[in-house]
Write a protein that binds this ligand. Structure first.
Ligand SMILES: *[C@@H]1O[C@H](CO)[C@@H](O)[C@H](O)[C@H]1NC(C)=O
Length: 493
């Protein structure tokens, strides 16, 4: 009986996730394209990755030069942003309104505009609106039919939509028109490929009518700043050892680095690429994970990235990715986070600096854990074959003997201030509740036998609690989503 409802919840859940991930991923996915190795090579290659990829020509830029246009809003001066955004321009001086007598042809204008100028990036769509007035033609024409020059062979795509007697028709024909009818139609123009050469021209006309409208398309396939006349040879920004192209230095032989400041021989490499590769985890990655600058083969991570510090040889770590204590404090507030590892203050140890490094509680008769174990977190972690609070009890291979000995050990120390719960004899409850034992129970949930065992067992204990938490989260989530789904279903019905 519950099954169909559950199904519904599941579908609702996946749809919600899908929708949110599509919208959330879009910009991030585009950013990945912009910041691909290819996209970061040059301005021209950058703008080819995606219509929203922008190249920043600011010489002092500290972030990757190719990025989603929104990412540069604050980091790149707008004059340096080589957006090359698609744009439509219909200049009034070249266009006459309907019914106007065209000065050159002496004919009545029947189509408007007569000229449109488009700057178009591959992947973008520009929509040009046309108006056509049907006048009595020489030969009778009853269908409105749009004609174009060969656009495909020059790399353009044009798709039409016609407002045809109150309906939108996709395509180029509207049947049954009369004299005096005014028809609006739209051309969606795309640039399908970047070909060598300059501007493209296409003409759009209507069957039975001689005058055409012209579309002039400037493909935005490269950057203006890449043109030879815009390059700056031996620019000071490139330490006079390279050419500045779109804010980026192209270094002379023997030099490398962002500003050609690195003498390649000094760094034991033979090409600028090799030098850059020293800042990458692998050659197909961007230098310094895109979170720092590569300075002669060494990453200098950005001081602040989205609110936290960037660290690591390749700027691969952030300062918040370290173990936390149960109240969420990074390194228990007793250390600094260094590339995923807590560097604890003196007196503290453990992955999240949660343990005191004071070994006094492990000392008995001047020995740490009777020399049969290690002191971990104020408790003895005994070697195989030893047990007891101070690892002073040799474990017999016979389990029964071992047990009785352990019991003896416990009895012996019962009156001392000692962590009570230390070995496998956990069925003997630790009733003592003074400060040291209550703290100890919190610190070590499962008594370790060896140092290795400790790590493994702590891991499982943590995983178990995590699992429980996420389970209850899931239940809560599916309940919420279930409620939403029920609403949606009701609305749909
Ligand atoms: C033309 O572009 C508009 C938006 O720019 C879009 O809504 C429409 O579906 C497109 N039409 C065709 C035929 O591609």
């Amino acid at each position: 009986m519950m099954a169909p409802f559950r199904h519904c919840v599941l579908i609702a859940l996946t749809t919600t996730l899908l929708i949110s991930s599509i919208t959330a991923e879009n910009v991030e996915e585009i950013r990945k394209k912009c910041q691909s190795v290819e996209g970061l090579k040059s301005c021209g290659l950058c703008v080819k990755q995606h219509p929203d990829c922008v190249w920043c020509s600011d010489t002092d830029l500290k972030v990757p030069r190719c990025d989603h246009k929104t990412a540069f809003e604050r980091t790149c001066p707008s004059a340096a942003a080589n957006a090359g955004a698609s744009a439509l321009n219909i200049p009034t001086q070249h266009n006459f309104p309907l019914d106007f007598i065209h000065p050159q042809s002496n004919l009545k204008v029947q189509i408007e505009p007569q000229q449109a100028f488009l700057k178009l990036k591959p992947g973008d769509v520009l929509r040009v609106e046309f108006t056509y007035k049907h006048l009595k033609p020489a030969v009778e024409v009853r269908d409105f039919s749009i004609q174009t020059s060969d656009v495909q062979s020059i790399g353009l795509g044009v798709k039409f939509e016609i407002d045809c007697k109150g309906k939108t028709v996709v395509g180029n024909i509207c049947h049954g028109i009369k004299e005096g009818d005014i028809i609006k139609f739209y051309a969606n123009v795309t640039l399908n490929e970047c070909k060598a050469g300059g501007s493209l021209a296409a003409s759009i006309g209507v069957y039975g009518y001689n005058m055409v409208s012209a579309l002039y398309v400037t493909p935005l396939c490269a950057c203006e700043c890449e043109k030879v006349q815009n390059q700056r040879r031996n620019d000071y920004a490139c330490n006079a050892a390279g050419t500045l192209v779109c804010g980026q230095c192209s270094c002379e032989k023997g030099f490398g680095g962002r500003k050609c400041e690195c003498d390649l021989a000094k760094y034991g490499v033979s090409s600028p690429e090799e030098l850059d590769n020293k800042c990458k985890t692998s050659p197909d990655q961007v230098p310094c994970n895109g979170k720092g600058t590569c300075e002669c083969g060494k990453c200098k991570c950005n001081a602040n990235y989205k609110g936290f510090q960037i660290q690591g040889k390749y700027c691969e770590c952030d300062s918040t990715a370290c173990p936390k204590d149960t109240s969420g404090r990074l390194c228990s507030g007793r250390g600094v986070c260094d590339c995923g590892q807590c560097k604890c203050e003196d007196g503290f140890t453990g992955p999240e600096c949660g343990c005191s490094s004071d070994e006094a509680p492990c000392r008995e008769n001047g020995k740490i854990c009777s020399d049969n174990g290690k002191c971990a977190c104020g408790k003895c972690a005994c070697k195989d074959g030893f047990t007891g609070a101070f690892c002073s009890v040799a474990q017999d291979s016979d389990a029964k003997a071992g047990q009785s000995l352990n019991e003896a050990e416990f009895a012996e120390h019962d009156d001392e201030i000692l962590p009570a719960k230390v070995d496998e004899e956990a069925d003997k409850p630790a009733e003592k509740d003074d400060d040291s034992s209550s703290e100890s129970v919190e610190d070590i949930e499962i008594p370790p036998t060896t140092a290795d065992g400790e790590a493994a067992e702590e891991g499982t204990a943590e995983a178990a609690t995590d699992g429980a938490a996420s389970n209850s989260m899931q239940t809560l989530l599916s309940l919420l989503v279930g409620l939403l789904a029920a609403k949606v279903v009701l609305l749909v019905l």
